[in-house]
Design a protein around this ligand. Structure first.
Ligand code: ZN
Length: 135
């Protein structure tokens, strides 16, 4: 793994840890409450090194990617508003992936989307905490 990928993975893990710490009941080690975002997008991908038994995956093909994101929240009063998260996620997916071709596996798409959502949540929480401080 390249140094850049290692650093990226460490940053992602730290961010995820921070968010989980914020949202999870440490004793019960499960989320208190979650919002569940479902969406889908169309993109093209291929797997250049696919083994012979699935060699059709070497060709570019259209794929409908189904996204299921379970995001833990601590509050019961729209800490993260479902419609806002879904709207922003759909905007991101459209800009980043729709109609384009990638040499990514489904799992690689999932990691990119997870990273986006982690950063989105962190930005939202920072904005929320800043607004509390300035009131
Ligand atoms: Zn596919």
């Amino acid at each position: 793994m390249s140094k850049k990928k290692v650093l990226e993975k460490q940053a992602l893990n730290a961010l995820e840890h921070h968010i989980l710490e914020h949202c999870y009941d440490v004793n019960a080690s499960k989320p208190k409450i979650s919002i569940h975002i479902k969406t889908a997008f169309k993109a093209y991908h291929f797997w250049k090194k696919a083994p012979d038994e699935v060699k059709f995956l070497r060709n570019v093909h259209r794929h409908i990617f189904l996204v299921n994101a379970l995001i833990p929240v601590t509050g019961e009063d729209r800490e993260l508003e479902f419609f806002i998260v879904q709207r922003d996620l759909n905007k991101y997916l459209k800009k980043k992936f729709v109609g384009k071709t990638f040499e990514y596996s489904c799992e690689q798409f999932a990691i990119i989307i997870k990273k986006y959502l982690l950063c989105w949540c962190l930005r939202r929480w920072r904005k929320w905490s800043n607004s509390i401080i300035t009131i």
